[in-house]
Ligand binder design. Structure first.
Ligand code: MG
Length: 374
């Protein structure tokens, strides 16, 4: 590892954990957090949760697990380039999607709608809830008892109303201060990862085409470069060569612009970073190109009629599961029944949010199809 910048997060100077624990003898605090995340139940479930394509649609598409690994890989690379703490970025990246519902955004929107009168549902807050409360594996505490820095990185956005209930990690949304640079860059790594793998998966599934994408500058420029260098390249390699150049364009720009911002502001410590505006960002030109790419994906992939059909089905499953459990909490597994006595809607939301795509489909079938047994 490169020497750390003075403004990098430092595990030895961590703000600490919710419950005091003796330090590990072999790992720094952020490495220990990463290990706890990898060993969690919610992490294993990421394998069967998806963002755009539902899990059973094909084995070649990204799942939230492979997405999280791609984010961790990019975040570590960016952290290393900027002399920031790689282990912290890795822990944040691996945990960032733990709170996602089954069926990607369709599932989350449906659950949020069901929870409208009960405080709503937000996957980002739910990720925090998973690591603070829902994982029940340790003798002395609920959750994973992660360091403040990892929990801060997981909570990317938050309303003031919610922030007031979250204690230490909510405070920055009230004070309008910044999180660590490691948290900032991991957020960008997430965005770079999903935009590019959605292009790759979108092309493979045939929902979008190279011709359509040729109208998007970021794609077109890199495609032209590959075609000039390799005029006879077959399609599969052509796509990969283009997408990897796009990722490189974005990552290099992010590192260059962020290093420039840091050099201008001259932060001396992580305390300075918290007081400054966010220093990790793209150049104006790449930010604009990236925005166009996102618009393209929203219009042509996320709202493709075939995706809409799956989303509608997914939303229906979530809504019906919510209604049936809400109506009769006796249908919930025992531990959720106990919690339902304290907070019924939240217990139902937690149970549904924890489901994988296929588990939700099976659970729905068990509850609504007469032929299915327990
Ligand atoms: Mg993500």
């Amino acid at each position: 590892m490169n020497p750390l910048a003075p403004y990098a997060a430092n595990p030895a100077l961590s703000i600490g954990r919710q419950f005091n624990e003796p330090p590990s003898t072999t790992r720094n605090a952020f490495q220990r957090d990463r290990d706890r995340i990898i060993h969690s139940t919610a992490f294993r479930r990421l394998e069967y949760k998806t963002q755009v394509f539902v899990n059973h649609e094909g084995d070649l598409f990204r799942t939230r697990l492979t997405h999280s690994l791609e984010v961790a890989q990019m975040a570590r690379g960016i952290a290393r380039t900027l002399n920031l703490h790689e282990d912290l970025t890795e822990a944040i990246a691996l945990a960032h999607d733990l709170g996602h519902t089954p069926f990607g955004h369709a599932g989350q929107d449906a659950l949020n709608e069901c929870m409208r009168d009960f405080g709503g549902f937000e996957h980002n807050l739910q990720s925090l809830r998973v690591v603070e409360q829902l994982e029940q594996r340790y003798a002395e505490f609920d959750g994973l008892n992660l360091t403040f820095e990892v929990r801060e990185g997981i909570l990317k956005h938050c309303s003031i109303k919610n922030a007031r209930q979250l204690g230490d990690v909510g405070q920055r949304f009230i004070d309008k201060t910044s999180p660590s640079l490691e948290a900032q860059l991991t957020n960008y790594a997430d965005e770079i990862a999903y935009n590019n793998h959605d292009i790759d998966d979108g092309l493979r599934s045939g929902l979008i085409t190279i011709e359509q994408l040729s109208k998007v500058e970021l794609f077109a420029q890199n495609l032209a470069e590959v075609k000039t260098k390799y005029p006879k390249l077959e399609q599969k390699r052509l796509i990969h060569e283009t997408v990897r150049r796009m990722i490189n364009t974005l990552v290099v720009d992010l590192c260059t612009q962020s290093a420039h911002n840091i050099a201008q502001q001259q932060p001396q410590s992580i305390a300075d970073i918290r007081q400054l505006p966010p220093l990790v960002n793209f150049s104006d030109e790449i930010a604009a190109q990236n925005q166009k790419l996102k618009q393209f994906l929203r219009k042509n992939l996320y709202h493709h009629y075939k995706v809409n059909r799956m989303s509608a089905k997914a939303a229906r499953i979530v809504r019906e599961l919510f209604a049936v459990f809400f109506e009769n909490t006796g249908l919930l597994p025992n531990e959720f029944q106990t919690y339902a006595e304290i907070d019924k809607p939240r217990a139902v939301a937690d149970y549904i949010a924890g489901m994988t795509d296929r588990y939700a489909i099976r659970e729905h079938r068990k509850l609504f199809t007469v032929e299915e047994y327990l």
